[in-house]
Ligand binder design. Structure first.
Ligand code: PEP
Length: 253
């Protein structure tokens, strides 16, 4: 069985005192029999690294530049993230696709830039409500993932995928376990066709995951954990979600 992974996405939240309190609580609840990470705003990466160093908790960023280095004001490179110990970088989060006009091609380049520096891209895909209602869910997520698979080529099996239906992000509306599993199965089949190693790859579900719905979602055969937004800011809630991941994995060490 694949080990579960829970990744917190703090989005543009946090402050030094609040982060310290949250991370101390998450650290204090160790050990977890699941992999646990937090993706924090760039400015908090270093202090997160300082707090989590030496533990088995991982950290990462919420975006990464597609460029190696140079005159790209405001961008942060994968090399910089790697230097700060980031294990993960989210790429293609729906908020970046929607508010920063990130295309499938740009998302794919970002994923490639991250991997080239040893930072695992967590590639977010997901359909809008309109697309779901038009019966386009499968086509949309396959198109989004295909761009990244193509760009990463023989390294595609190194990414983590996160299925995040846009209509479920921050809305309190969660995909049913059956809806989520159906899309995860489609994505795994696509990954298998491309890499031959999809059974080793993690596909996370994201979209209003909470302590009270995590267990049933994580129990689905193709759901390997969660990308957690709002609930990752509340220590008790986030820790409970990590516990749900442990239980769903049947205590996989
Ligand atoms: C997210 O931001 O990736 C997310 C899933 O948010 P939320 O859990 O708040 O829906």
């Amino acid at each position: 069985m694949r080990r579960k992974l829970v990744v917190g996405n703090w989005k543009m939240h946090g402050s030094r005192p609040a982060n310290a309190e949250l991370l101390a609580a998450v650290l204090g609840a160790r050990p977890y029999r699941a992999d646990v990470a937090v993706c924090v705003p760039f400015v908090f990466v270093n202090e997160t690294a300082a707090m989590l160093a030496g533990s088995d908790l991982r950290w990462g960023a919420q975006d990464v530049s597609a460029h190696e280095q140079g005159a790209y004001t405001g961008e942060v490179s994968a090399a910089m993230l790697a230097e700060c110990g980031c294990r993960y970088a989210l790429v293609g989060h729906s908020e970046r696709r929607a508010y920063h006009a990130e295309s499938d091609a740009l998302v794919a380049l970002k994923a490639q830039a991250a991997l080239a520096r040893g930072v695992t891209p967590v590639v977010c895909v997901g359909e809008t409500l309109e697309e779901r209602e038009a019966g386009q869910t499968e086509a949309v997520v396959k198109r989004q993932l295909s761009a990244v698979i193509h760009q990463l080529a023989h390294c595609a099996a190194e990414m983590v995928v996160a299925y995040e239906p846009v209509w479920a992000i921050g809305t309190g509306r969660t995909a049913s376990p059956e809806q989520a599993q159906a899309v995860h199965a489609v994505l795994r089949a696509q990954l298998q066709a491309a890499t031959g190693r999809a059974d080793t790859m993690k596909i996370l579900y994201g979209g209003s995951v909470k302590a009270d719905n995590a267990a049933i979602l994580f129990a689905q055969p193709d759901i390997d954990g969660g990308l957690i937004g709002g609930a990752s800011l509340k220590a008790a809630e986030f820790i409970a979600i990590c516990r749900a991941a442990e239980q769903a994995a049947g205590g996989t060490p």
